[in-house]
Ligand binder design. Structure first.
Ligand code: MG
Length: 205
């Protein structure tokens, strides 16, 4: 997993989010403030611009640029939350990147977002996609999976985690103000987290 793969990850994530921008915004309209698709679309295109402007030399630099850009450029809660995942990963990821090293860095990123958002699994947030992805990665490392298999499993776990938010009642973020009325809708942050993990699996394939 070299620097190019990490740059390609954000380019593909930007593409997938743009493609699903309206769906993400509709999900946010149901239980939030209807800006998640547009915010994340804008944020990820800013990330791609920043990466193209000053090409990073290491995967860690890619993650740091992405994290800082998302924190600065995305409105709402999702920018700082996603930004904290990538910035934390950028702090610990060493080159050359191994699957095991990536898994540890990703786990640290998930812990960072859980702390910042004070969210745990089952609160109906992006953590519901990110934490299962992290667990799947760690298991794949233990099982001696290839990078491709591991990232596929992580993407699948994230997608299942996002779908599993539908019957949940939100306990964090704006959706939590809706109480029981948040039940029956997929969490937009979990949905976008699943897209971001799908992007990584796709560029590693
Ligand atoms: Mg919103």
């Amino acid at each position: 997993m070299d620097t190019d793969v990490f740059v390609a990850w954000f380019e593909e994530a930007a593409r997938l989010v743009r493609q699903d921008r309206d769906r993400l915004t509709e999900l946010d309209a149901a239980i939030g403030d209807a800006d998640h698709g547009t915010n994340l679309d804008r944020g990820l295109s800013e990330v791609c611009k920043a990466l193209a402007g000053t090409p990073p030399e290491t995967p860690a630099q890619v993650l740091t640029v992405a994290g800082v850009t998302l924190i600065r450029r995305v409105g709402g809660a999702s920018g700082p939350l996603y930004g904290s995942v990538f910035r934390q990963m950028g702090k610990v990821l060493e080159s050359p990147v191994t699957l095991a090293g990536f898994s540890v860095a990703f786990e640290g990123g998930v812990v960072a977002v859980e702390r910042l958002g004070k969210a745990a699994l089952g609160d109906k947030t992006m953590v519901d996609a990110l934490a299962p992805a992290s667990r799947a990665l760690a298991l794949a490392v233990k099982d001696g999976a290839t990078v491709r298999e591991a990232l596929d499993q992580a993407a699948r776990a994230a997608a299942e985690g996002a779908t599993a938010t539908i019957p949940l009642q939100a306990r964090k973020g704006r959706a939590s103000y809706l109480g029981e009325r948040s039940v029956g809708h997929e969490d937009p942050g979990a949905a976008s987290a699943a897209l971001i993990m799908a992007a990584l699996a796709s560029v590693a394939a």
